[in-house]
Design a protein. Structure first.
Length: 228
């Protein structure tokens, strides 16, 4: 039976007066999800290489943060976050209560002491490409694109083109053209029928004339025969 184990990735941190640097060490993380709340809640979840292990963590940070201005970079070997503090002051610790979890460690590469002005400058981030947490949350709002369902209304309006179905009004047009059936009035030339009647009448006349002449001739023969 296949079992998926949940583990905690290693986390490194350092701070400045106005920000906290947080690095989640998880190479080739699959489907990473990072959430940051204004009260200072930070959560992370992802699958490891091959999807055999699930990784997650949740931290209650020492103080409030500015979510809109905080940013994140998804790298090949780690997820790096720059969390902007709501109030500029040194925390001197990462979590709100008690000791930090065993998987949280100091990032000595980025560390600076509060009383050391020369080391308090921001570390070189090497041209990392960041996304703001506030913008990421806004992207969730892209679900509002479902509001594009309002396209139905717009397309429905285009359905007014369906009004071309009003070409069914062609019936009226054709019906009007039916007035051209008045060309049937050319049927008024239905004279062909009249011509046919006239021809038949002439034919009858032509046929009847020879019959009458034949009958008269037959009568004359009978009369001559009687005289003889």
């Amino acid at each position: 039976m296949f079992v998926v184990c949940s583990r905690h990735p290693e986390v490194k941190w350092a701070e400045r007066e106005d920000k906290v640097f947080l690095t989640v060490m998880l190479p080739d993380a699959k489907n990473p999800k990072v959430n940051l709340g204004p009260e200072g809640t930070f959560s992370f979840s992802a699958a490891g290489v091959g999807g055999d292990n699930e990784y997650d963590l949740k931290l209650d940070l020492a103080d409030k943060v500015n979510v809109e201005e905080s940013k994140i970079n998804y790298g090949v070997r780690s997820i790096f976050c720059v969390l902007e503090k709501e109030e500029k002051k040194w925390w001197n610790k990462l979590v709100r209560e008690g000791k930090p979890p065993h998987y949280v460690k100091v990032d000595w590469d980025k560390w600076a002491d509060e009383d050391d002005d020369t080391s308090a400058a921001d570390p070189d981030l090497g041209g990392m490409d960041f996304s703001k947490f506030g913008d990421m949350g806004g992207m969730g709002g892209m679900g509002g694109m479902g509001g594009m369902g309002g396209m139905e209304g717009m397309m429905g309006g285009m359905g007014g083109m369906g009004g071309m179905g009003g070409m069914g009004g062609m019936e009226n047009l054709m019906a009007g053209m039916g007035g051209m059936g008045g060309m049937g009035g050319m049927g008024g030339m239905g004279g062909p029928e009249e011509f046919e009647d006239d021809d038949s009448a002439d034919d009858e006349a032509e046929v009847s004339k020879p019959s009458e002449a034949h009958e008269e001739k037959a009568e004359a023969v009978k009369t001559d025969a009687a005289s003889a």
